[in-house]
Design a binder for this molecule. Structure first.
Ligand code: B1M
Length: 212
């Protein structure tokens, strides 16, 4: 692994936000592909943070500072991940479902969709079915992308689909879902239009579903 990728990895693990930014800047300057910086530096480190949490070596405060360090690095990487000058291809509402405060994956999905030319309405975290419904009424998107990182909050995806049906909106909007515990089988089970395991496949899925 290149030394700047190692710097990024270690800085995220240590919750060292300035170090993560410096590592990302160095990697960009070295000409390392943004996708590699993301996958082998930032995302790899968060995977390890999750493992350490499971092993009771890290606790919530460590996860939190690691997340802040990752967000700092991501912000620097954003212009390099986004394709410049892509024509508008449609509108997508993104949000993390009710009860769930994890937003890094959701932000990454939003960032990549934006880079592919989609207009993004980001509802943030802890988004109730009612809030998704109101946003669909207001913004009339082609798709919504819901994220869940907790097994306990995944039912919020199904609840949102039901709420869209009850509001008579289900036929007018495609529903995409994702997040670490989410699977293709779960997507089919709850009647979503598609599942994607990561941000780049979320772009492919959004394009396929919206005909962009
Ligand atoms: Co939390 N947390 N966390 N956490 N956290 C996990 C998810 C966990 C797996 C850790 C573990 O045990 N190994 C575990 C969940 C267990 C479970 O439910 N099965 C967990 C837990 C238990 C908790 C708390 C309950 C801890 C506690 O309080 N005791 C608590 C819950 C708070 C709440 O939400 N109500 C909690 C809190 C937190 C922090 C706030 C400290 C922090 C989040 C900060 C933030 O997001 N701003 C945090 C973090 C950082 C994590 C881990 C370590 C990292 C998550 C992350 O950002 N990954 C995580 C462990 C892990 O995932 N290995 C963990 C990087 C990110 C790029 O990946 O989000 O998977 P990800 O997104 C990917 C794909 O999933 C996909 O694309 C992204 C890019 O490739 N994707 C989509 C995501 N959303 C999509 C939507 C789409 C498509 C693709 O739409 C179409």
């Amino acid at each position: 692994m290149s030394s700047s990728l190692e710097t990024i990895y270690n800085a995220v693990l240590e919750g060292n936000a300035p170090g993560a930014k410096a590592g990302v800047q160095a990697a960009i300057t070295e000409g390392i592909a943004p996708e590699t910086i993301l996958r082998d530096g930032l995302i790899a480190a968060m995977g390890e943070v999750g493992r350490l949490f499971e092993e009771n070596e890290y606790f919530v405060p460590e996860m939190l500072v690691a997340a802040r360090a990752m967000q700092g690095g991501l912000a620097l990487l954003k212009p390099h991940l986004a394709m410049v000058g892509a024509a508008p291809t449609g509108k997508v509402i993104v949000g993390t479902v009710k009860g769930d405060l994890h937003d890094i994956g959701k932000n990454l999905v939003a960032m990549m969709l934006e880079g592919a030319g989609f207009e993004i309405v980001d509802l943030g975290v802890d988004v109730s079915p009612d809030k998704f419904v109101k946003a669909v009424m207001e913004h009339k998107p082609q798709a919504i992308a819901m994220s869940a990182l907790l097994t306990t909050t995944m039912p919020g995806m199904k609840n949102t689909i039901v709420a869209l049906e009850e509001a008579g909106l289900r036929g007018s909007v495609k529903v995409m879902i994702g997040g670490a515990p989410v699977t293709d089988g779960f997507a089919r089970q709850i009647g979503a239009d598609g599942y994607s395991p990561d941000a780049s496949s979320a772009v492919r899925l959004a394009k396929a579903l919206t005909g962009a």
